[in-house]
Ligand binder design. Structure first.
Ligand code: BGC
Length: 431
């Protein structure tokens, strides 16, 4: 066995986990999560958005989009062709990402403040909330726990729609209806409204950015825990980032030990932008400690405190790139090659697991057998679109084809500009 193969093997890491086994485990845990009577790492949260109602023309709605890094606010309306018009768009830092643990009051007050310039434009807020929240039939949402290392512990367990509505009332004396939607559900809805002419058989929303997750459309009778009338369709937020069925390596366990929420979001920590750089640095440091790297490079690597996903990806894509954190590492070509070959498997595994994640949703909706009516998969997120190394995106697409084509499933992968904002507007106007 080559030195590198042996290294990865010794640490229980494979870049090509068995897709069949993973899909079977995804399906099993999706059933368990929907049923609600057995423990499952997939939360399977019904979204309670309408799947059939037409989007009204010319009606403005306020949109708040709370993501892992940014908080965005805008006014959205739809023209007579169903195209979204986004106005007064503003981008701010997401509260709770600046190293201070916020109280619920401070968190909601900031959100309301961000709506100040547009608050009189509509009485409805479509709130895209990119965190696990249990949605009520009225489309409020109770935050189950923060992900993506957001610090606002007072908000956990609270209804976030009511929190925003109360803060708006207190600040501006206005009554608004807030409808909360996960970003994957918003992305699914954005794809549905953009792809209306294509007559898709079903819809999936998938995000790979700072975090990861997917949503799909389920038959209501299969959502045992929601006790819905049979015969309907319901979008479900899977919270796939929580999936615990993928093989865990020593590197994953080491990262978990470093993070306050280490054992939550196991799958997300293997594939999403908030974590891939950290994982890469753990691989490099382990290799340095075990004598795989020449001592000057090993010492420089061991002295590094963190590695952002972008720097990691840039380096694996081009180990000659100047102006990166690797400038401080003495590199000859053999060391460059070694670091590239040690880093690439982390990204290759992420691509494979991403394909499994998407395929699990497509297979689950049970559609796509007729080539006239494919399943529409709307994809959003910087890690999916911007990762340069290991031919990341085409690798995901190839892995996905290898899973779905032999099963005779037809699907389209599409992107919609500003999908979370557009979808939150759809949810706000039609829920
Ligand atoms: C959150 C999900 C979200 C995903 C993508 C995860 O950390 O738990 O609710 O959909 O990130 O933004």
């Amino acid at each position: 066995m080559s030195t590198l193969l042996d290294f990865f093997h010794r640490h229980g890491f494979t870049s090509a986990p068995d897709t069949h086994a993973l899909l079977a485990e995804f399906d099993r845990q999706m059933d368990a999560g929907l049923d609600g009577t057995h423990p499952a790492s997939l939360a399977m949260l019904p979204a309670y958005v309408s799947m059939g109602r037409a989007v009204p023309v010319g009606t403005p709605v306020l949109v708040l989009d709370a993501g892992g890094t940014n908080l965005r606010a805008a006014v959205v309306w739809f023209d007579e062709h169903g195209a979204p018009r986004i106005e007064d768009f503003q981008k701010y830092r997401m509260p709770g990402t600046e190293g201070i643990d916020l109280s619920a009051a401070a968190f909601f007050d900031t959100l309301a403040e961000r709506l100040r310039p547009i608050v009189d434009r509509s009485g409805i807020v479509g709130f895209c909330f990119s965190y696990p929240a249990e949605i009520t039939p009225e489309c409020d949402g109770r935050l189950l726990r923060w992900t993506k290392q957001v610090q606002a512990s007072g908000v956990e367990g609270r209804m976030v729609g009511a929190g925003v509505a109360d803060a708006i009332r207190a600040k501006f004396g206005r009554e608004v209806t807030v409808r909360v939607v996960n970003d994957t559900v918003a992305t699914l809805l954005a794809g549905k409204s953009a792809g209306v002419a294509r007559r898709y058989s079903s819809y999936v929303g998938f995000i790979l950015g700072t975090g990861t997750n997917m949503a799909y459309v389920e038959r209501s009778e299969r959502i045992g825990k929601a006790r819905l009338a049979p015969g309907g369709l319901m979008a479900v937020n899977v919270e796939s980032g929580g999936f615990d069925g993928a093989p865990r390596s020593d590197f994953d366990a080491e990262m978990a030990a470093l993070l306050p929420d280490g054992n939550n979001g196991r799958f997300e920590k293997m594939i999403s932008g908030a974590y891939l750089g950290t994982l890469g640095l753990i691989v490099y440091k382990t290799a340095a400690r075990e004598g795989l790297l020449p001592p000057p490079a090993a010492n420089a690597i061991l002295a590094m405190n963190d590695l952002a996903n972008k720097d990691f990806d840039d380096f694996v894509a081009n180990p000659f790139l100047a102006g990166t954190v690797f400038d401080g590492v003495p590199l000859d070509d053999d060391t460059r090659r070694l670091l590239r070959d040690l880093g690439a498997p982390v990204l290759v595994r992420a691509a494979r697991l991403t394909a499994v994640n998407i395929a699990a949703a497509v297979l689950r909706c049970g559609e796509g057998h007729d080539s006239l009516h494919p399943v529409c998969v709307t994809i959003d997120g910087s890690t999916y679109y911007k990762t340069k190394s290991v031919q990341f995106r085409s690798r995901i697409e190839a892995d996905l084809r290898a899973i779905l084509e032999p099963r005779g499933i037809h699907y389209d992968l599409i992107s919609v500009d500003e999908a979370p904002i557009v979808g939150a507007a759809v949810a706000g106007l039609t829920a």
